[in-house]
Write a protein that binds this ligand. Structure first.
Ligand SMILES: Nc1ncnc2c1ncn2[C@@H]1O[C@H](COP(=O)(O)OP(=O)(O)OP(=O)(O)O)[C@@H](O)[C@H]1O
Ligand SMILES: [Mg+2]
Length: 328
């Protein structure tokens, strides 16, 4: 019933698959940790699919995507008239996931004031809808995910220790793609087949130097970035040999010699090449962040860390708009 085939055979990834099988049967809370794009959501779904709850619903909620004022009602539901604008009764995600699994993504963004309420459902499987005195009972398994350091947040008093311990009964840490480089060829093959199939192409050759470059790159956006990169490469390819845009992975010079100096160099070159390809547009659809599979803010932070600045930038004088024509 899996939506995605989980690809990987490296020791690190096999260990994760074993953990999934163990924890699926245990029916306890799970905390999935990992960088962006490492597969936290697909792993949560896999745990649900391998558990005895698989006949029931897998409900996902991204705590960072909902304004905090609405999150409580989203989780627990509300009665008609519970607050201005509550015109009908609404069932919350906990009730929707009854006898199934609730996946709480970006749990680090759960506001402090809601954390005791979540702890209570985890412990007692009981809650009340907003505006109701009636206690509802549910049977929900919670799988939470984060790419933040929750323990550090506990020390900084941004996350409650009691909730942390409750969620951390069974932590699963997903390796970054660069830590499981052995899986890259498998993933590349898988995505090439997937996208070629979709686009009605038959691509059955991946040049060694292309694969070497895929293996040498740092993949800050992990599997999602690799997937986006292959999708673009398949679009660009006509004929049986995969022809990724080398600019996607590094500068032209580096591509011809296929040597990567350091990972930071490769990352810098890749980000710069992507920025040039998007005419230095960072955000939005088609912007560099989307192409790299990174949140815009992450890309900006990384550009600062790697010292990436627009080439030949004309500094605007104060109060003067920097127009594209002036700097292109
Ligand atoms: N082992 C895998 N095999 C094949 N595809 C995978 C695997 N892991 C993840 N993917 C794919 O990679 C993409 C990113 O996965 P997912 O959305 O689960 O990551 P995430 O860790 O939740 O990312 P974010 O932190 O950005 O939310 C998805 O398209 C998913 O289908
Ligand atoms: Mg996710």
């Amino acid at each position: 019933m899996a939506i995605v085939d989980l690809i990987g055979s490296s020791p690190r990834f096999r260990a994760v698959l074993e953990e999934i099988n163990m924890v699926a049967a245990a029916d306890c809370a799970v905390l999935v940790r990992g960088e962006t794009g490492t597969g936290k959501e697909v792993i949560a779904q896999a745990i649900h699919d391998a558990s005895s709850r698989r006949q029931n619903r897998f409900v996902a909620l991204n705590c960072a995507a909902i304004p905090s004022a609405l999150l409580e009602s989203e989780l627990f539901g509300h009665e008609r008239g519970a607050f201005t604008g509550a015109v009908t009764q609404t069932v919350g995600r906990f009730q929707a996931a009854d006898r199934g699994t609730l996946f709480l993504d970006e749990i680090g963004d759960l506001p402090l004031e809601l954390q005791p309420k979540l702890l209570r459902v985890l412990q007692e499987q009981q809650f009340e809808r907003l505006g109701s005195g009636r206690t509802l009972k549910v049977d929900v398994r919670v799988i939470a995910a984060t790419n933040q350091d929750l323990w550090r947040m506990v020390q900084e008093r941004k996350f409650r220790a009691d909730l942390y311990y409750r969620l951390n009964v069974f932590p699963i840490t997903l390796p970054a793609l660069r830590e499981r480089g052995d899986d890259i060829p498998l993933l590349v093959d898988h995505f090439v087949r997937k996208f070629a199939g979709r686009q009605g192409k038959s691509i059955d050759q991946i040049p060694d130097e292309v694969m070497a470059m895929f293996k040498g790159y740092d993949w800050p956006g992990n599997i999602r970035e690799l997937q986006n990169c292959i999708e673009r490469a398949v679009i660009m390819t006509s004929g049986p040999v995969l022809r990724p845009q080398m600019a996607d992975l590094m500068t032209r010079d580096a591509a011809t010699t296929a040597t990567v100096r350091t990972l930071a160099d490769a990352e810098r070159a890749h980000i710069k090449a992507t920025l040039r390809a998007t005419n230095w547009v960072v955000g939005g659809q088609g912007g560099a962040a989307a192409r790299l599979g990174l949140p815009r803010t992450t890309l900006i932070a990384r550009m600062q860390r790697l010292g990436i600045a627009r080439d030949a930038v004309v500094q605007p004088r104060e109060g003067q708009q920097l127009s594209r024509a002036a700097t292109a």
